[in-house]
Write a protein that binds this ligand. Sequence first.
Ligand code: HEM
Length: 501
Amino acid sequence: MDITFITSLPVVSFLGLALLAMSLYWYKHRNIPPGPRGLPLLGYAPFFGTNPQDTLLKLGEKYGNILSIYMGPQLTIVLNDYEAIKSAFTGQADVFAGRAVGFVFRFLSMGDDGKVHGITLAEGEIWKTTRRFMLQTFRDLGMGKSKLQDRILDEAEYLTNIFAKHDGRPFNPLMPIMCSVSNVVCMLCFGKRYEHDDPEFVQMLENVQDASVYLSQAGPLQSYPILRFFPGSIRTAWKALVRIGENNTAAMKANVQEHRRSYDPNETRDYIDAVLHKQREESESPAGMNAAFHDEELMRNLIAFFGAGTETTTMTMYWSLLFMLHHPEVQAKIHAELDDKIGAGKLVRLEDRAKLPYLEAVCRETQRLANVSPFGVMRANTEETTLMGYRIPKRCFIMPNFKSVNIDPKLWTDPLTFNPNRFLDEQGKVFEPAHFMPFSIGKRACVGEALARMEIFLFFANIMQRFLIRPPRDSDIPSTDEYTTGISCRPTEFKIEAVPR
Ligand code: HEM
């Protein structure tokens, strides 16, 4: 046999394989959105930094309003402006209504039966039934209406009394706000409010905060679960998340059991009762119980409400006070409006909303500039499609960068300036442009929006009604450009002085 042929065989085979790999790569990536390649195996994830929303904004300058990156082996499409998000989430609402399920989220949503449960990651019929039921139940329990407001007002009063106890001395308002906000969700979901120093409650809230941090540290595990076996920070984050998951499940199980013991078919105290009614009703039907109402679903949904309802609304409130420290002129206008339209010493109620357009505008401007939920919950496209002229292969992770909308100079004049007037029309009435979307848009937009809006208004208005919020005289306050992003975007912690008015 010809010796040259034998020696060249491996070379030819290698070239053939390389050509095949390149063809496959080209075929898989044909006409997908442009983007940086990142590192082999790791993709672009190592370059995200502490605030990925800003990193992605910079990438947008080079690659445009829709780009692709790899997070580990996972192809991810970043929607980096209003047009891109709108085209996907409302233009092709069904296709983009899937959820991105990485390893860590799958683990945290796993029931005792080893299957994924809960609205956050659900798709298809279970998701549709759960969502419909949730929105209806929240409406029945008073979400978005005045029925729930007395409970929120009780919490607001409790919170402002804590502020008052500091007697104008500096304190960090984060934990008191978190306890009060969380109590609203707890009352709605399991009919229970906790004292702010209740050790069980404190532990649950620590879990919420830790989860936000650990989830971002555990990011690489989403793509490479094997990393949890290697010593280091990723393993530490994993262990913490396992513990948090167990604690959450145990707490929710106890709540459901307690409701079963005190169950009254003629009373709907909260979300758990509403599901127990449904379970009873459906177990008597010939078709049997819809899977959307099984205990495992209930448990995961309670955990989702507790986490999502606590962290995001708390952070919005915390940011609102930081903005007040930086903008005394805005606070003076709020106080003038309250004094003129409500009068000293009175609780501010939902019915007062129309009389307080400036305060309402401040709530919206806070949400716009705080970007509390910069990516929401990542979506997935359930089938291959074309978006903005690019091919999007089936089941990509879809990452909307809401900050790209919130500070787009094409949409907002002078977008980095805190200016509540942008939410007022010529008659001085509150005006929300379609591109204001702190709760996202489309079929999977936040189910807690009505509740969150109620809370933000009532808590903020009643804090402003009772206090002047000012920076402590002996310490600096952080700039609004100092923040870190986990599940939510948190400002650097700060203290305030709450001076009674
Ligand atoms: C200021 C407060 C809040 C903000 C900024 C916020 C924001 C968001 C965003 C951006 C999403 C992702 C939507 C999407 O995929 O397009 C979401 C989903 C969700 N939120 Fe909220 N949220 C807030 C409060 C709440 C509250 C109070 C609750 C419940 C009590 C809640 C429960 C949920 C749930 C269950 C989902 C998943 C919905 C689904 O997958 O169908 N959120 N939220």
